[in-house]
Ligand binder design. Sequence first.
Ligand code: AGP
Length: 611
Amino acid sequence: MCGIVAYVGDRTAYPILIKGLQRLEYRGYDSAGIALFNSGIHVYKCKGKVKDLQALARDEDVGGSVGMGHTRWATHGEPSDANAHPHRSMHGTFHVVHNGIIENYVHLKKELMNRGYVFYTDTDTEVLANLIEDVYREQEVDAELATRLALTRVVGAYGLVILCEEEPGRLIAARKGSPLVIGIGEHEYFLASDAMPIIEYTDRVVYMNDEEVAVITSESLDLKDLYNDVKTPDIKTIQLHIDSIDKGNYAHFMLKEIHEQAHSVTDTFRGRIAMDESKIFLGGILDVMPRLIEARRIIIVACGTSWHAALVGEYLFEEYARLPVEVEYASEFRYRNPIVDKDDLVIAISQSGETADTLAAIRLVKESGATILGICNVAGSSISRETDAGVYTHAGIEIGVASTKAFTSQITVLAMMAFLLGNKRQALSVEEYRVLIRELTRVPALIAEILAGEEKIREIAALYKEVTNALFLGRGILFPVALEGALKLKEISYIHAEGYPAAEMKHGPIALIDETMPVFVLATSDKLYEKVVSNIQEVKTRKGKVIAVATRGNTDIYKLADHVIEIPPCHEALSPLLAILPWQLLAYHVAVMRGCNVDQPRNLAKSVTVE
Ligand code: AGP
């Protein structure tokens, strides 16, 4: 997903833009560029990282107090200097940075070429720049109106910032489907794809809505929709703090975020559990609680790690709230013709709150009458604003592309929702409800214990860092944790890894087992332990290597597995919160030993806001 940052105000724009692009680096990208108003518009852009852009602009006059920057994650056109943003219109009147996809750009490009426009890149963004210029020149209107008229012809998603050479001192921004946040300072304004580049300058922001266009100068912000209706900016105060976006003493954001989980899980339930641990409060869903109690079915839509959390949620809601659950990949759900009605509860889980497929999935069911909830980590994100209600995970900013603390916070929210609904639907006795709440409050201390055992996990990582394949097995509520462990390893170390229900071994994967195949097994002391032992034996008889996560005190497992990672006992409902930690650390250390870019794995972005 691309990153956008822009500035207009009393200060020199260049350093603010560069630092802003660096703040967006975690989103993943393959090229970067900036445009500065400095007696005319000057553009510096290149394939590569922000440091390459700085080298390109090093000896240039990078003055000017208005400008915009962009980091590109290629969707149209391969990564190259020419395809990097900003893009210029043919006559140089407009420069544009864009996040999103213009679906009808081929048709628009043909039309513009027939009107004499020449193109120099493969991107859909250049088409946008020329479309705006064509309207501006032909209809002799100002840049803002030209932008609005041009955008009414566009099909697709965009987050846009535009500079017009003939209207110095102003930024034009437009949003549809790709997020844009406006930061309000003193005699200065900021624009960015998310709040990260803004929070060190101001805590006052406006989250743009779809089909809104903003005209911004150092002293003013004017907001309209595409059809010229004036909109009142909804100014929010954000709670983020600058020190949460640096690595501190950690080598990578991912390691920092793994080690934050005792605190982040605490933050997730802080203020949501009664002092006497007798009940759970989730203020964000209070208004819709009657509809949740009466719900006939829960449908959870998500992607990636959030989809794994959804699978854990399925076990929790069915076991403790006695509600049937369907878990759907958002990308599949949005293109089916699903049967959803007013008795359904649809839950969207998304760390970023901006994943295009998940956003599309909830938009698909809006007309169904179902109650739609969001479980998001970013306040003010699109999904959190487009659902009827929801619960923020409060995990704090997650910068590492590989999601870790967001996953455990998502499960914490799902557990609280399942226990609360179980109580409200009389599926749980008062005593059972109390026990579950008390067990949840014990989890942060148990997380800290496991993370303190990092060195042993690093030693195991060293033994398996060169393998080419790996298998992760789990059963019951830990099956989704096996999937998540496999995803962590594959996405940051590039080792092919698969997660499977342990019992599925006999239906195919066992053919893969030999002495080169490490099998990572979740063998905690729960009701399925003996079944898992049988699966471990099946692996061992085929010379596979077994690395087991087991409950402290289980001595038998040492006779079975090649390596054992112990975790403290906890209530089965909460075991995913503990069992995932060894696999997060394993993936991290394997990736580091393989020299991979842990925080920005190749080909990946932190949030996939394009489909
Ligand atoms: C997880 O480590 C990945 N970064 C990815 O699978 C991610 O979980 C997925 O893209 C969903 O993102 P979201 O939670 O922001 O919607």
